[in-house]
Every structure is written in C-alpha cells, then in structure tokens.
Design a protein around this ligand. Structure first.
Ligand code: ATP
Length: 438
C-alpha cells in the first residue's frame, strides 16, 4: 500500500479549501444542501474544464484516428434495453432492520456502517438509472432515461461516424459529459455522486487485435495521470480477476489512486469484445460492422474502452497536489497543480492601489488575458496575496510595482520555488507562455 496521505485529515483540508476558495459548493446550500449534489464554483469550473481539455487533447487532438461526439443525455429506452442496462444495471441493495438506512451490499461486508447492526435484509437489485418522461404525457410510451454512461452514444453512432469520417479500424470515438446514476450511497465528496462527468472513448479494432490494444490503452491511460502530476507511486493498475469480469469482458483493468481511504478506482479500461455492436445490431436490425474493401472481409470490430470520471479525476488531482511547507518562517498551503490544470495561470498583482500603478496593472492584465486565464487582485498585503494564489495553485504571480513605472518591467514569482525574476513588459507574453503553455 502506498503512503495514502500526507496528513490523516487530508480529505478534510482539501474539502475545506474547495469550499473556502470557490472550487466546489454543496448544491442548494441555502436550503441545507441537496442529497450529495455539488456545484462547481468559479475556480472549480475552470479546473474541471482543464481536466477535460487535457483529456480531449491527449485522446482526440493529438491522435489522427480518434474523433469526438457529443450525444444526447436524454435517451431512448431502446438503447438501454439493448445494452442490458434496463435489466442489469443495478447494485445490490440491503436495508438495515435496526436503523433503516440503505446500503450497497457489496460495500459493507454484512455490517451496517451507521449503527453496526448485522440485522440486514436480503440483497435485492436496485436499478441505478434515472427515469423520466418526455413530453406532456406520462405513460409507458413516453419513458426516457438520463444516460448512466456516455459510452452507448458512441455505439449507436458507430455507423454515422464511420461513414462520415471514413475511418477504419483501429479508430476511436470519444465523448465527455454528464452522466447520472441513482447511487445508493454517494460517498467520498465528489468521488461518487449521482450526477457526474465522464470521459470515455470506444476504440474499435480488428477482432484479433483486441488484447494488444487493451494492453496499449492500460499503459496510455496510466501515463496520462502521471504526466499531469500524480506521483506514480500513488497510482496502480489493478487487473480484474476472472470472477470479477463482466460477462462480455475479455479483460478489465482499473487505474486506481491512493485516496485517503485507500486504493480506489479512477478509471476502468475494458476489452468489451464485439458485445455492444452485436447487441445494438440485433436490437435495431441495422448492421453495425466493417467491410474491408482491400481484403473483401466483413467483421464486427472489438472494442477497447477507457472510461474515466472527470469529476473523480479532478478530486484526485486536488488531493495529490495539496501540500504544506514553510516560506520565510511561515507555514503556507500550496496546491502544486500542473499548470495545465491550475484554474488561473497568472495572477496580476499591483503592489499598491495608487494610480498610475493600477492603470499599468490593468494594462498588463489586458495584455495577458487573451493568452491565459488570469486573476487580478489588489486587496491586502502582497504577502497575503501570494499565499492566496499559492493556495489555489496559480503557477505565476506578476507583480507591478513603482519601479515598473520607470523601467517598464514586472516581477514574475514562481509558485513552487517562490523565486522572482524581473521581466520587461514587452517580453512578458513570451515569458508567461514559456512557463505555463505546454
Ligand atoms: P464503481 O464501481 O465505482 O461504481 P464503475 O466501475 O461502475 O464504478 P464505470 O461504469 O466503469 O464505473 O464508470 C467509469 C468511470 O466513471 C469510473 O471509473 C469513475 O471515474 C466514473 N464514475 C462512475 N460512477 C461515478 C459516480 N457515481 N460518481 C463519480 N464518478 C463516477
């Protein structure tokens, strides 16, 4: 087991910071909150976008054989019937006969976590899909579901995408967006919520290449988290045992992170064989296969699926980045976020609120805003402003001082080393880009 936390209360420190600084708020807080749902605040929305942008960049932008889609969230029951979700997308639910709490049987080992009683009901399947009605009439014919995963959008659009893009296996379809699951026990802050964001890719390959691509994607996906700053020793790849595998899977591995409560899943990578395309083909009567004109061969591609959670990944990045150190004899909290993930890349800080310093500071801000996400702050002492930026992970502070009025230069301070360098305003764009635009 890796060293799971730098401090036993890491979780509390990170959740406090998220609330205090505007990353994540409990939803409907003025009404006392709403059932483990969360709202992403001014910093959270930026960071979550950055997580998704980093994923999109590595999975779509930098790959010639992968394209993206954005499918509907409200979806036809036919999709979920064919995929097997209507019948079996369920968790085993038990009631505690003593305190009447409900639990996921597979997560509690026969003991009620609330009151310690072993007097539990038999487990029964509880379907996790949110059901709703489309249009003004509520009857069986108007039922729709909020998607519980983004993956099916890729399977049902397989032919649309293949013909419009003229792709041939191996090729991938990627999608990120909201998914909904009526989880029995949401837990671990944004680790498990009923509304969350996923980042999934379906990679269609010739049937005999499934195993090779499965191994390839396991390594690629693990490397993505390392590249974005999670230490390798806080990550592991856990292969599912044959008993654990879903019936359609020829191999599944989870990328796990050392959360404060222990190893837990960040992402699942599965070799789903031809299960999904066959199921939708059978149910819709539409052929979902590939005809190779060069060889005259027709086959149903196998699918490798790396399925990640954006909100869950954001939480892992925050936990891994949280640090405390000492600067000038004072304790400071610092989020050592990779600059690609940091909400703001630069904070522009005038040393004083006096004119003409403010005017110069605003013109420096206006110069940098088209390049990167910037914050501007002219309140409190400069030391406190640096601490505030350290705490939200801003990699660079640009300080405009009285000297700047004379020499047309500003100071750039580095979050991690706290080192400061003087840079002419005319060269600021380049200096900032070099440091924070990879
Ligand atoms: P679990 O076993 O934790 O319920 P799962 O194996 O059912 O998850 P998948 O269906 O493989 O999860 O979903 C892919 C990814 O989507 C997960 O690895 C996770 O990052 C994310 N995810 C799934 N359910 C939730 C949720 N309720 N809240 C936040 N993220 C989730």
């Amino acid at each position: 087991m890796a060293e799971v936390s730098k401090e036993p209360d890491l979780m509390e420190q990170v959740t406090n910071l998220c609330k205090r600084r505007g990353f994540i708020f409990p939803s409907a807080e003025i009404y006392g909150g709403f059932r483990s749902t969360y709202d992403y605040g001014p910093l959270g929305v930026l960071m979550l976008r950055n997580v998704k942008e980093a994923w999109w960049r590595s999975m779509v932008q930098l790959r010639e054989e992968v394209v993206g889609i954005d499918a509907a969230i409200l979806s036809s029951p036919k999709i979920w019937e064919a995929s097997g979700h209507l019948e079996s997308f369920s968790d085993p639910l038990v009631d505690c006969r003593n305190c009447h709490e409900r639990w996921r049987a597979d997560k509690i080992e026969g003991v009620c976590p609330s009151c310690g009683s072993r007097d539990l009901t038999e487990a029964r399947p509880f379907n996790l899909m949110f059901k709703t009605h489309v249009g003004p009439v509520e009857n069986e014919g108007t039922v729709a579901y909020l998607r519980p995963e983004t993956a099916q959008g890729m399977f049902v659009n397989f032919s649309n995408v293949m013909t419009t893009t003229r792709k041939k296996p191996p090729f991938g379809i990627a999608q990120m967006g909201k998914s909904f699951r009526n989880e029995i026990t949401p837990q671990g802050y944004v680790f498990r919520t009923r509304e969350f964001e996923q980042m999934e890719m379906e990679y269609f390959v010739p049937p005999d290449e499934g195993q090779r691509w499965f191994e390839y994607w396991c390594e690629e996906r693990l490397a993505w988290y390392v590249d974005l700053g999670i230490p390798r020793e806080k990550l592991r790849l856990r292969h599912h045992s044959p008993e654990e595998l879903s019936h359609y899977s020829a191999g599944t591995a989870d990328v796990e992170f050392a959360f404060p409560w222990g190893w837990d899943e960040l992402e699942g990578i599965a070799n789903r064989t031809d299960y999904d395309l066959n199921a939708h083909s059978k149910a819709s009567g539409v052929r979902l296969d590939y005809f190779d004109q060069a060889t005259g061969e027709r086959y149903t591609p196998h699918v490798i699926e790396p399925a990640a959670g954006a909100t869950r990944a954001m939480m892992a990045f925050l936990l891994a980045a949280y640090d405390e150190d000492e600067v000038g004899g004072e304790k400071r909290t610092v989020l050592r976020l990779d600059e690609r993930l940091a909400p703001y890349k630069v904070a522009v800080l005038p040393l004083s609120k006096k004119e003409p310093l403010l005017q110069l500071a605003h013109s420096v801000l206006a110069q940098l805003q088209p390049l990167v996400m910037c914050e501007y702050d002219d309140t409190q002492s400069i030391g406190r402003r640096y601490r505030r930026q350290d705490e939200i992970g801003t990699p660079l502070c640009v300080t405009v001082d009285f000297q700047s009025l004379e020499d047309n230069a500003v100071t750039i301070r580095d979050r991690d080393t706290t080192e400061q360098v003087r840079v002419p305003i005319a060269e600021l764009d380049q200096a900032v880009q070099q440091r924070v635009c990879q």
